[in-house]
Design a protein around this ligand. Sequence first.
Ligand SMILES: Cc1ncc(COP(=O)(O)O)c(C=O)c1O
Length: 402
Amino acid sequence: MASHTAPDSLTAAEWMALEDETQLATYNKWPIPLVRAAGTMVEDVEGNTYLDLYGGHCVAFLGHNHPAVVAAIKEQADELLFYSNAVYAPVRARASRRLARLAPESMNNVFFINSGAEANEVALKIARKATGRSNVVAVEGDFHGRTMGSLSTTWAHKYREGYEGAFGPVTFAPFQDAEKAASIIRAERPAAVIVEPIQSMGGMRTAPPAYFEALKAACLETEAMLIFDEVQTGVGRTGKFTYAQTIGVIPHMITMAKSLGGGVPVAALLIDDEVAATVGYGEQGTTFGGGMLAMAAVDATLRVVEEENLSERALGIWDALVEGCEARDLCYQGAGCLMGIHFGRPVAPIIAGLRDRKILTGGSADPQIMRLMPPAYVTQGELDRFFEALDEVLDELKETQA
Ligand SMILES: Cc1ncc(COP(=O)(O)O)c(C=O)c1O
């Protein structure tokens, strides 16, 4: 019989092989087994350190292992690791209050869950009950997660294939085309319209505020609920706490996850007062949502976002990235600490070349767009290092093509 005891010390290749032995073969992982991280840097089992501009999958807006988050969860772990929503807890009261205070003014109702997909799922569920309708309008290019409802509203066929019809019906409206999207909403009269206001997997595509205003107007006209999926854009990445506040268009519900717990898994659904009034006792529930460890992480994360004005920092990082792109005639899109760079050629070898130079960046659904989701603490020196490495990689690729 195979031993299931992992040895203490192995090479990187051996750790990867060991993990592959028992992990479901569904991820295409980078060949770097990580053991620790701090700030913008992560370290693998062999002591190699990497500059993380992929930001831990868009989670590390505060950087990795922010001391305030680590201290908060250590302290909480000593006191009370977990109890469910069967009880009240001061740490939940603090986190919830802080979140509601940072959120758009009308959004005083917080529901904590565990993942971005789950947050979207709950928002869709609330909209169905509130409107008595089951159809949904989603947006071409969006990604909303892997659970059945979230998946059904995700655009890319590769994710939905084999699971069609699980939820819905769902009609997809175009991104950026306000008139067409609004006319689809008027024709469909859906329970909800769900939109990812910056399409991250789509390559950080943006739309002008007028597009979101048109969605909102059509939703108000048809009494549909407008849901912003701010799983990536939320928690200060785009200049304000939510992208809704950045563009001045406030939906009925906002979902957020990723950066919310500073690395601890947690998600939240923000609901405006009118919609919240449609939710009755016992209609929503989760065991782990709002658990104490997650709440300590949220409270600490939001305190740092506020006290260190990370939204403002995000705008400075955007400016520095823009400068680097413009100096190289590279097209870019996104906002704040979310940037897609268009290379006009496949980015996979560029990402690999950067990883060889110990810099982590990400791809997107568009094979020609690289995604950067850097921590708010990335320095000008680190961004210079990124652009210098990028120049080297592009030169090298030119040589191998010649
Ligand atoms: C915009 C967006 N929504 C939803 C999700 C799903 O979040 P989770 O993976 O936490 O379920 C993601 C995940 O990448 C996302 O980027």
